[in-house]
Design a binder for this molecule. Sequence first.
Ligand code: DX5
Ligand code: ZN
Length: 227
Amino acid sequence: MTPVQASIKLAPSILAADMGRLAEAVEQVDAAGADRIHIDVMDGHFVPNITFGPIVVKWLRSTTRLPFEVHLMIDRPERYLEAFALAGADSLIVHQEGAVHLNRTIQAIHALGKKAGVAINPATPASVLEEVVPDLELILVMTVNPGFGGQEFIPGTLAKIGRVRRMIDQARPECELEVDGGVDPETAPAVVAAGAGVLVAGSAVFGAPGGAAAGMDRIRASLAARR
Ligand code: DX5
Ligand code: ZN
């Protein structure tokens, strides 16, 4: 593995795991070398789907030492920051589109001692992040419309990943750039080439023939082949 590949982080999304065996799923990707666990929280308002609440995070917390990143696809996420922080989240990612007072929300996440991330939907321009990049530990570029796993990657988001990369390099180089949606062995090399450093993958990990470890290996191999 070259240093560049080694530095690309994988964040399996447990949305695509067997919901009856979530703890096992977390243990599997931990053993396979995942860098963090991506937990998709949906409220049936901001997105049509409904998934996990803080109690699920709490019960999974004892299964691994890997960081938990909680992707809040919910309206007014400020209402639930503390609950997810107490449940065991290490970073809290809110959507720019769902957080009206974004600066205050980022401050609230930091006051809880957690890393702050902001996500943007495919139709949201990178420029909305300009004022907040210096305060962020992570930016999440959605490469599908949020709400469901297993959707097709939207190629038009690649140019935006590049724009966000340039904003980060200028304003806060240590801020991570993550992409989420439709990431698989076909699309992973392109998002990395565009500037992503952290890849969320649900179906390509938990839906992979041969299991989650094989799915993660295939993504890593696709990045290695690109070089
Ligand atoms: C989509 C979620 C994603 C989802 C990705 O709304 O934010 O994290 O799990 O799933 P895949 O990798 O299957 O596109
Ligand atoms: Zn997500």
